[in-house]
Ligand binder design. Structure first.
Ligand code: HEM
Ligand code: HEM
Length: 174
């Protein structure tokens, strides 16, 4: 009997934990704007954003280690163009999931603002720099659009495989 090719249990767990943490970070920051500036709700939601965002970074470090330590299943058959699109999207997702939290951290540190995952005060002693703070925040905010596009394409491709191609690709990650 042939065993179904799957990602390792660690890779599968980390994939869905990252999805959960990114979703919390995005929902928290998107609903923050419904509350007035200076309100307690806004401050709490921003702490949730930072906590979930920094959890993404920690999970991604583990994920990259797991990726090199374990064997990923070979790509499913597809035209070279589709294979390339999948590789590029996965690469973009890895880069965004590491880059976004780092830029968010730098925006706060260069802006001289507190970094408060879990409500704690994370010391990151960088010399204040308004220009660098401005640009890291700008790139972080534009990066969010790229996250929406890359995750949207990626999830749509996974669902296409599941419901149209019916090639059991989704099961490799479940
Ligand atoms: C994968 C992780 C993250 C994602 C997907 C993400 C996504 C976002 C999004 C969608 C916004 C709103 C953009 C807009 O209003 O145009 C935002 C704003 C922001 N994020 Fe993140 N973020 C992440 C991690 C972090 C982390 C770890 C920090 C800091 C520790 C951080 C700090 C900020 C800051 C300072 C803003 C601007 C808030 C404001 O002044 O309105 N982010 N982020
Ligand atoms: C924040 C959201 C997501 C991120 C950052 C993400 C990231 C990734 C990355 C980087 C890979 C490549 C793994 C590797 O080869 O090392 C991957 C694979 C995969 N993801 Fe996601 N993913 C997300 C959401 C989703 C969703 C919503 C679904 C399902 C609807 C999904 C289904 C899959 C599947 C089936 C694979 C395996 C693809 C294959 O075997 O070629 N992902 N994901």
């Amino acid at each position: 009997m042939q065993t179904e090719l799957k990602y390792s249990p660690t890779m599968r767990a980390l994939h869905w934990l990252v999805v959960l943490a990114v979703s919390i970070a995005v929902v928290a920051i998107e609903i923050m704007d419904f509350f007035p500036k200076g309100s307690a709700e806004r401050a709490a939601l921003f702490i949730v954003h930072q906590t979930a965002g920094l959890s993404v970074l920690a999970l991604m470090v583990l994920r990259l280690l797991a990726r090199v330590a374990t064997q990923a299943p070979p790509p499913v058959p597809g035209t070279p163009l589709v294979q390339l699109a999948a590789r590029l999207t996965h690469g973009a997702l890895y880069a965004l999931m590491v880059g976004m939290p780092v830029l968010g951290l730098l925006a706060l540190a260069w802006g001289g603002k507190p970094i408060q995952p879990f409500g704690l005060n994370l010391p990151l002693a960088l010399t204040q720099d308004k220009t660098l703070a401005h640009w890291s925040k700008e790139i972080h905010e534009s990066g969010a659009t790229l996250v929406y596009i890359a995750v949207g394409l990626h999830a749509a491709a996974a669902l296409w495989h599941e419901f149209i191609l019916k090639d059991r690709l989704l099961r490799r990650m479940l």
